[in-house]
Design a protein around this ligand. Structure first.
Ligand code: URP
Ligand code: ZN
Ligand code: ZN
Length: 476
């Protein structure tokens, strides 16, 4: 038996497939043995604890230039420290192409932002905003080969959005070269039209953000995104799904056998549009797109997590400070909702919220929790089984949870660089106490002990779930 550097003993080990009692032997940063009575140079006693693969947050924004004067509060250090303290050991933020520029330039820029700072491993999704011949024919294929095997397509936001023709072009590249396409599905023209009507009525306070992007706007775009993917015969993943209208479209496509995957986020389980009506400007703290809906929508989202409609649960952490001239208040408190930076922070609270309300309340079991938060993101973005599981050969990215620890979420206990959390005051049961990244303990007793820059860039494989099913006659 090879000598073990570290053994995690006596824990209940949960993966997306099994819950077993065993020791985990780690050497050279990888899991090399699962068994009984393992012995190592050092040992962690996990009696009474749940030992899970570290979370993979496959949708978050770190240090992403915005172009409107706002500045994200978390860089790759604070953002990944916060992720780690919340039980996450891999992040996949976005490298966003600036219109008119190359995607390669964005990738080079994001590497510079991450290197020397990230404390856990990271990959990048690409955001494609310009579909020139050079991008479609040369850049994307080369980048996919280099390990950037997923990209996000925006159907809204003037600086980012693509029209249907452009989306079809990109989906064709995804199909040909084996990449996963993620789609932000909201109808841009409907939002612009509704915003004009609200403006004419003088309704520009933060909570009118929700009225400018009602569920039908998301439903229409979701159905259109699915139809475009059907036309090209390529899998797609609809990101940050907010409620039953979009869920119905996704379920419809899945029932037809199309490879349509879906992601949701904590804001659609724990916030509603009423949170944007908080006193004064406070509602701005909860502005994100699509907006949080209502209580009954939250129940539909829970059902989608329970019944398999959703494959991925991520944070969509978009860190803008509240009291800051580069954050939510960058244009003061009287500003129009359309100028308030979109997004809510949540990289650290993602897992505890889902664990407490999902596993703790019996809505989902532990295996499904791991599937949604770690195994499926690894599979869908080409990192499995190196990440997303505890198996012989996988990286020893492990979170040891105290399932009984009660915590009141307050911004004070969090490690991000944002000055608020939308989940202030929510009490949760269950918290990741010890977190290992490639076998190194980086969080102990809930506090960070790692070093800036220890995180490695991960090249993603072409994801198996991105393979076309050849169910539809292709027209391209
Ligand atoms: O409001 C949100 N979700 N902001 C982040 C950007 C995005 O579209 O994911
Ligand atoms: Zn989005
Ligand atoms: Zn996002």
């Amino acid at each position: 038996m090879q000598k073990l550097d570290l053994v995690i003993k006596n824990g209940t080990v949960a993966t997306s497939a099994d819950i077993i009692s065993c020791d985990i032997g780690i050497t050279g940063g990888r899991v090399i043995a699962l068994g009984e009575n393992l012995e190592g140079e050092s040992e962690i006693d996990a009696s009474g604890k749940i030992v899970m693969p570290g979370g993979i947050d496959s949708h978050l924004h770190l240090d992403q230039p915005t172009g409107d004067g706002s500045v994200m509060a978390d860089d790759f250090y604070t953002g990944t420290v916060s992720a780690a303290c919340g039980g996450t050991t891999t992040v996949i933020p976005f490298a966003c192409q600036q219109k008119g520029d190359t995607i390669r330039a964005a990738v080079t820029d994001y590497h510079a932002r991450a290197e020397g700072k990230a404390v856990i491993d990271y990959a990048f999704h690409l955001i494609v905003t310009d579909t020139t011949e050079q991008v479609l024919g040369h850049e994307l294929p080369a980048l996919i080969k280099d390990g950037y095997t997923s990209f996000k397509i925006y159907m809204t936001y003037d600086a980012l959005k693509l029209n249907d023709h452009q989306i079809l072009d990109i989906l064709s590249v995804a199909r040909r070269d084996g990449a996963m396409a993620m789609i932000h599905a909201e109808n841009s023209d409907c939002i612009a039209w509704l915003t004009e009507k609200l403006e004419q009525a003088g309704d520009t306070a933060p909570h009118f953000h929700a009225a400018s992007r009602p569920p039908v706007v998301e439903r229409e775009a979701t159905h259109r995104a699915i139809s475009l993917a059907e036309l090209v015969d390529v899998p797609v993943l609809i990101v940050h799904v907010s409620g039953p209208e979009a869920i119905e479209q996704i379920r419809w496509a899945q029932n037809k056998g199309f490879s349509v995957y879906a992601e949701t986020c904590p804001q659609y389980l724990f916030l509603t549009a009423e949170d944007m009506e908080r006193d004064g400007f406070e509602g701005a703290k909860c502005i994100c797109s699509p907006p949080p809906r209502d209580k009954s929508s939250q129940e539909d989202v829970w059902r989608g997590l329970e019944n398999g409609t959703f494959q991925v649960f991520s944070s969509d952490h978009a860190p803008f400070r509240y009291e800051d001239d580069k954050g939510k208040k960058m244009l003061g408190e009287d500003t129009h909702f359309k100028y308030i930076p979109n997004g809510v922070p949540g990289v650290e609270t993602r897992l505890p919220l889902l664990f407490s309300e999902g596993v703790g309340k019996g809505r989902i079991d532990l295996c499904r929790f791991v599937e949604l938060t770690s195994a499926n993101p690894a599979r869908i973005y080409g990192l499995y089984p190196r990440k997303g599981t505890i198996a012989v050969g996988s990286d020893a990215d492990i979170a040891i949870w105290d399932p009984d620890k009660e915590v009141e979420i307050t911004n004070e206990i969090l490690h991000h660089n944002v000055d608020y959390t939308p989940y202030e005051g929510i009490r949760v049961r269950g918290w990741p106490e010890t977190v290992l990244s490639r076998g190194e303990v980086i969080v102990k007793g809930g506090e960070f002990h790692g070093k800036a820059g220890r995180g490695n860039f991960l090249k993603c494989e072409s994801p198996l779930p991105a393979k076309p099913k050849y169910r539809v006659a292709r027209r391209t």
